[in-house]
Design a binder for this molecule. Structure first.
Ligand SMILES: Cc1cc2nc3c(=O)[nH]c(=O)nc-3n(C[C@H](O)[C@H](O)[C@H](O)COP(=O)(O)O)c2cc1C
Length: 262
């Protein structure tokens, strides 16, 4: 079976899911890759039908053992007609819980045919120099494994095998984590008004006028603005989030290994 086009569909505020999805796609060695990045607010309102691609890779991060609510909302706009799909969740070395199962059900409800799945590890969004949590992941070795996974799934497709093995998780899915209603904020004295935070924000929560304002109701705590700011002007000062980061930094030190199902 010749695999020509691969469609990469991702929601990835801090970029780790996108990096790993890219590597899986390279391992497939298809002739071309079409990207559908649903991370930015402009993608939120689109209604999307699949073009004729031979397979899809669908990737999202794990938030509280589930998929981010905003990612689910955006993926739901896709209307597919049976394209074989590889599912990818990326988590910050704590746990996947029900996110991969949720992605399987979501992809099926959009019309895809899930045939393989994987959970990889990316630097945790709440990771910082003070509270490192899976810093610098994915490592090179993670990317090599992602590439090999792509190659293996390609072989599976060439054998005309389209079944998805059992993947971990529970139904009903766990409740969404209750995080504080807060947001990242700007240290005005450090800010150069370069707008990198505004451009990176998946929910258009940041506005720049005389001062920089962040809409708490829109902020999904993804930390894209913090990671993109070259002047360390964006911070998440909430005490509860700091506590979570400290706890995770202490308890999630042992690097977990990627898991693949195909
Ligand atoms: C609100 C929130 C909740 C998260 N929950 C989890 C979790 O339950 N388990 C985990 O291991 N990592 C969790 N993470 C970390 C992300 O899954 C991880 O950083 C991932 O690499 C982010 O993907 P991205 O770079 O594609 O945005 C969470 C991150 C955020 C912002």
């Amino acid at each position: 079976m010749r695999i020509r086009t691969i469609r990469l569909i991702t929601f990835s505020p801090t970029g780790t899911t996108r990096r790993i999805a890219d590597e899986i796609a390279l391992g497939f060695q298809g002739e071309s890759i079409e990207r559908l990045d649903l991370t930015l607010p402009t993608a939120a309102s689109a209604s999307i039908s699949t073009t004729t691609t031979d397979m899809a890779i669908i990737g999202a991060p794990v938030y509280g053992g589930r998929l981010p609510v905003e990612a689910v909302r955006r993926f739901k706009a896709i209307n597919d007609k049976g394209t074989p799909a590889v599912l990818l969740v990326v988590y910050g070395n704590r746990a996947v819980e029900d996110a991969l199962l949720e992605l399987r059900d979501l992809a099926s409800s959009c019309g895809f045919k899930p045939i393989a799945a994987a959970a990889f590890i990316g630097e945790h969004s709440f990771s910082s120099d003070h509270t490192p949590i899976a810093p610098n992941r994915p490592y090179t070795d993670d990317l090599v494994q992602a590439f090999r996974f792509g190659t293996e799934v390609r072989r599976k497709m060439q054998r005309q095998e389209f079944d998805l093995p059992q993947i971990p998780g529970n139904i009903p899915y766990r409740d969404h984590a209750k995080l504080p209603q807060t947001s990242a904020i700007t240290i005005e004295s450090a800010c150069r008004k370069c707008r990198a935070c505004l451009t990176a924000c998946p929910t258009a929560a940041i506005s720049i006028r005389d001062v920089i304002e962040t809409n708490q109701k829109r902020c999904i705590l993804c930390c894209a603005c913090i990671k993109k700011c070259r002047h360390s002007a964006r911070i998440l000062p909430d005490a509860q989030i700091k506590q979570i980061a400290e706890r995770l930094s202490a308890t999630c030190r042992e690097p977990k290994a990627p898991q693949t199902f195909y």
